[in-house]
Design a protein around this ligand. Structure first.
Ligand SMILES: NC(=O)NCCC(=O)O
Length: 384
């Protein structure tokens, strides 16, 4: 069986394990079971008609005496590109707008409050080619570009916060390019933008040809539905990156990504989940699906043969909670919408239980880190 044929880990476990064993395996692998979220029949039918997977689950928290539950519904959208990578740029963008609009409409039927798309969602993930044309033409203004205007319409129409990760062109700073997530409030105004802090230089992910390390720090966006942050793709390998969003108060951290099986699949289920545990918050990891073919061959700089594709983007988008539980993953092969209801009260409940924010020795780390980044740093090693 090829990597792109396996539907999902959960489906394989369900197919082959007897029910009692499956329950135990699920408990050990995935933590407390999430509740299945009943979704409207109209949404289920629309998803089937539009050929994408729809899953719903709920993370519950204990009832408290002084606080009401703080239920918020997030929607994670994963999708394949619609047109071939050599179709005209504007046609590719418009086709993706139409596809995602169809999926957001279903998210609205499911009562989603905050929706997040995958990294660089308006384009093929062409950074592997290291060619500038035509890929830089996909870049748009974060404030006024056609994609942001499109998201503003969706946000207003559905009273939904929209997190839209795009390739940004910043005309204020000489037309520079950035890997940026635009956060559009449910009122339709652009709340702000946040840029990818870390650039991969691994395998075919050589994105430094296109944009620089982000300069927006670890900002958190206060929305009507909670405080959110966006840790874009490769940032998920950096525990301190998650940590700093959490330090600024993030209750939900989205991780819009583009990554392939050969490179990262065993790490995928662990990293965002571990971040949720370590930072007492919810995390939402989103990855695109499909295999994208490029006209011109490129090499990975590893002595192997040149090729025309990255390999298989394995989807598997999921939500993780601060108690270590997680949602089922979306398919490895199909477009999908995951609707998860999160009771944000769980963050403080788990924080009160495990107290990582109290037991963390931040002053000590800060002091030692400040020393470690100096050019004349001497590692603290005790020798005989
Ligand atoms: N887009 C991106 O940052 N990909 C890097 C590969 C990975 O982090 O798995």
């Amino acid at each position: 069986m090829s990597a792109s044929q396996l539907e999902s880990l959960e489906k394989t476990l369900e197919t082959y394990l007897p029910p009692e064993e499956l329950k135990e395996v699920r408990r050990i692998l995935f933590g407390n079971d999430t509740k299945k979220l009943e979704l409207p029949q109209s949404a289920v039918e629309a998803a089937a008609e539009r050929n994408f997977e729809l899953q719903g689950c709920a993370f519950e928290a204990a009832r408290e005496q002084l606080r009401q539950p703080r239920a918020v519904r997030v929607g994670l959208i994963q999708n394949a590109i619609v047109l071939p990578t050599d179709a005209p740029v504007m046609e590719q963008i418009s086709a993706l707008h139409r596809r995602v609009a169809d999926m957001v409409e279903v998210a609205a039927l499911c009562g989603v409050n905050i929706v997040c798309f995958q990294e660089a969602w308006t384009m093929p993930f062409a950074f592997c080619t290291r060619e500038k044309a035509p890929w830089t033409e996909f870049a748009e203004s974060a404030e006024e570009g056609p994609t942001t205007c499109f998201c503003q319409e969706l946000a207003k129409k559905y009273n939904m916060v929209v997190v839209s990760p795009i390739l940004e062109r910043d005309e204020v700073h000489g037309g520079t390019l950035w890997n940026t997530a635009v956060v559009v409030s449910n009122s339709g105004t652009v709340l702000g933008k946040t840029r990818k802090n870390h650039i991969p230089r691994v395998g075919d992910f050589n994105e430094s040809t296109y944009y620089m390390e982000g300069n927006t720090g670890h900002r958190v966006f206060q929305t009507q539905f909670g405080k959110i942050a966006v840790n874009i793709c490769y940032g998920r390998h950096h525990p301190l990156n998650w940590f700093m969003y959490s330090m600024n108060g993030a209750e939900i951290i989205f991780n819009p990504s583009a990554t392939v099986g050969d490179l990262s699949e065993p790490m995928w289920p662990i990293e965002a989940r571990n971040a949720a545990i370590a930072n007492h918050c919810f995390t939402c990891a989103i990855n695109r699906v499909g295999t994208e073919h490029f006209k011109n061959e490129f090499t990975s700089g590893d002595g192997k043969k040149a090729h025309n594709d990255f390999g298989h983007f394995y989807g598997s988008s999921y939500v993780a909670a601060p108690d270590g539980s997680r949602s089922p993953g979306l398919s490895r092969t199909r477009d999908g919408l995951l609707v998860a209801e999160l009771d944000l009260n769980l963050n403080r409940q788990i924080s009160d239980k495990w107290s990582f924010k109290m037991t963390g020795r931040y002053e000590m780390y800060a002091q030692e880190l400040a020393e470690a980044v100096r050019h004349d740093f001497k590692p603290s090693i005790v020798k005989e």
